[in-house]
Ligand binder design. Sequence first.
Ligand SMILES: Cc1ncc(COP(=O)(O)O)c(C=O)c1O
Ligand SMILES: N[C@@H](CCCC[NH3+])C(=O)O
Length: 463
Amino acid sequence: MSRSAHPAGPRHADVLAEWSRPVPPVDVNALDPKVWAGGVTRGADGVVTVGGIDVRALAAEFGTPVYVLDENDFRTRCRAWRDAFGPGADVFYAGKAFLSRAVARWVNEEGLNLDVCTGGELVTALAGGMPPERIAYHGNNKSVAELERAVEAGVGRIVVDSFQEIVRVADVAARRGVRQRVLVRVTVGVEAHTHEFIATAHEDQKFGLALSTGEAEEAARRVLKLGSLELVGLHSHIGSQIFDMAGFEVAARRVVGLLRRLREEHGVELPEIDLGGGLGIAYTSDDDPPDPWSVAKALTEIVTHECEAAGLAVPRLSVEPGRAIVGPTAFTLYEVGTVKPLEGLRTYVSVDGGMSDNIRTALYDAEYSVTLASRASDEAPVLCRVVGKHCESGDIVVRDAYLPADLAAGDLLAVPATGAYCRSLASNYNYVPRPPVVAVRDGRARVIVRRETEEDLLRLDID
Ligand SMILES: Cc1ncc(COP(=O)(O)O)c(C=O)c1O
Ligand SMILES: N[C@@H](CCCC[NH3+])C(=O)O
């Protein structure tokens, strides 16, 4: 949703001056294909359907709130990333965005690899049948127990994040008598243009080994000396929800620079370079993310060019998109409860979920879109704020949304682009059970993560 620009305009003014009001949409019932999964349409009767299934039927069968995931769309996006990068590169789906056994299976079937960053994600990936050699294990503080499990399972790559971790992984591998393949996570010093909490390559933060201080080079040197570790490459991840390829290009250039120095100093040419994830998606019609082909072209060209200039063989390239694969594939379906109009301001529309199923608005000031899904309406659009049921005034799902004036309790709202970092960041705040994930494919809907129940919540409680 676009805002009329005003240089001095407060973004969240309590009283919305005319110039700061978001611009109403031309058609409040329209579904912008940029923000919706491929299988979502609004039928002639005005009801939104996904894969041919009416959202009212989904709400009746599975309840609300519910994350509805278009499996065909997920698989199509996996294939797009795989095809764009081609057989000479590896695409690791970043499981932190959203992982379940079914998702691990789809990722495997579509020929992608998988990135995990905790023991829980590893267990889920393995339970979903992902071959361990196609798993990369990340994280700035992997426990020894987690490392033991990863090495024992035979994960293909461990991305080491600190000097201490190099020793830990080497010890674990030595005790098991294996030679573990590792990459060194390099903090390249790029200021990614994204929210501070999701930028990861500037140096003042917890992830990785800094390039500028020589730490990354020293880490590579130490790994090369350890017999239980095999240094296969360097890794960089600059942040998340990024639209501009410039940061990736700087990162690639700097990582290749380190490859060159390692060859000069140690005579080794590392065979792999992983440029991480972080590609943005459209949450609203204002967002214009790059497609997988332009990402692949830009990254391949820069790595090839830099390697040729340095006289290095071009290493195998990896990327780790999470949000760009799963984000657009799902929407959250809510039922409207209380509607509170505030004259001259906006209407507060309360839904039956909130910050427990989507923390991103509260945490990152994220913007979302929303539509009335259970029917179309000819009423004029009214400026609304979609809020949750939690005991928190920051419990906002969609900060600024135009919805039809006749919106009422019992209507269903759908918030698109909630496939990434919504279920995976969900909480039980206020003892609200987390919603299920329902996958729709070829006209059939099935639960892939069931709804939590009050019994689930009480199961952890001890008198
Ligand atoms: C190392 C690493 N790889 C991949 C990702 C996936 O990021 P995104 O979902 O933004 O593609 C992340 C998260 O930012 C990450 O930390
Ligand atoms: N959780 C963040 C992104 C962090 C990505 C993981 N390093 C989000 O929702 O945008």
